[in-house]
Design a binder for this molecule. Sequence first.
Ligand SMILES: Cc1cc2nc3c(=O)[nH]c(=O)nc-3n(C[C@H](O)[C@H](O)[C@H](O)COP(=O)(O)OP(=O)(O)OC[C@H]3O[C@@H](n4cnc5c(N)ncnc54)[C@H](O)[C@@H]3O)c2cc1C
Length: 435
Amino acid sequence: MSENNGAAVAGIEHADIVIVGARIAGCAMAIRFAEAGKRVVLLDRGARETDVLSTHYLQDLRLWDDLGVLHELHALGAPPLHSTRTVMDGVDMSVHHPQWPRMCVRRAGLDEMLRRRVEAVGVPVRTGLTVSRVLTERNGRVSGVLAIGSDGVEHRILAPLVVGADGRNSTVAKLVNAKKYAVTTNDRDAIWRYYRNLPTPLEFQLVRDGRDIYFMVPCDDGLTLVVAQPTRDDPRPYYRDRAVFEENAQRIIPTLRGLFDGAEQVGEPRQVRRMDGYFREAAGPGWVLIGDSGHFKDVITGQGISDALRQVHALTRRLLPAWGSPRTIDRATARWWPERDVDARPMYYFSRSIGLGLPTNSVDVELFRYISTSPRRRDNLTLMLRHEYNPRRLMGLPAAVSVAKALGRAQNSASQVFNDAQASLYRQFGRKQAR
Ligand SMILES: Cc1cc2nc3c(=O)[nH]c(=O)nc-3n(C[C@H](O)[C@H](O)[C@H](O)COP(=O)(O)OP(=O)(O)OC[C@H]3O[C@@H](n4cnc5c(N)ncnc54)[C@H](O)[C@@H]3O)c2cc1C
């Protein structure tokens, strides 16, 4: 330990990879790199027990199996879910999907499970360390980070690759000047509560009624998560007033009627507001961004956690065989960046269109009806959330049928249907702010 301008300085450390942020993306990356025999430094500014503000519906359990933690995930006690009830403006698109189980696991347990796994593969999880600078070589290439401990000690960690896994307000992104692009204004906030003794069926339920959206899902420890997703301009006090939250929940999700009387709310309500979507430049000389630090979408489709795991999987497949010189590392991260975008873009715009704060238009409601009448099409909705069916396929035959049906309804004028079709199309293909 030495001193620099009065601050205590720990000795310089060397690693193959330094990962900033020890949650979904960071832990997954640490596990993959440690298993490949690399020297990993994983750090996080939060104390070990801090929780993250996020709901936690897991769409695709294969990703956890692939990471080697499926057994540990099941051990957290959340029931596997084999049914999804999706009702959009009265159109029921429910699916029974025992072959594609899902799960809802609160983040405190989920993140801790991943951190334990990181430690089991030999990497200490160093909490209470805030990265405040990136270190660079003479040619400008990032070569490490400077982190300050909660005890005020400065740590310099040098590595050929710095990974920003530090969430939406990523410090690493700011330090390397990674710019956002394709930004979308998402229309909804999220307010949620946990309940014990809420005897709901073992299924995920999402109901949209006009502009209102609620969803509900059983999770670990016998709790049920109930989430309101009001539009940003909705003045009702869902967070402050439990009665308002529950009255609306029962109005929108009929299976909840009368059930809150015998239920106990566990913990405090939670909320997140103003969650705009974005992509960020994902890679540059000596750095790469994964998870929310590089991309965030409307949370309504519950994709962020799965996306982080998918990104880590694809990135490590590119990086590990290329590991060697800074040039080969940078080339691998640069090649992965467009792959990330291709994987994420269709679901990005689909999520925004589902979360839109406008009433469902004449074409979209026909699309819901079209999907609802066929078990195969309803299955495709489930496959979509597992990235096995591209949402853009809805813009082919399904959209054509929906427009024809909308034109056939006496209450719709041709110009209205034309405008609605155009709006739906633009939303799916990412025209900026298209309504
Ligand atoms: C309201 C809401 C609901 C959601 N619901 C779902 C859902 O149901 N299903 C789903 O799949 N996804 C959901 N998501 C998305 C999901 O939360 C994220 O995609 C996921 O948390 C991304 O994980 P991450 O590891 O990238 O980042 P994070 O979980 O944000 O972790 C980042 C870590 O970086 C650390 N950090 C930040 N800055 C520094 C620094 N300077 N130095 C050191 N450490 C730092 C932080 O302390 C933090 O621990 C939801 C998100 C929100 C906001």
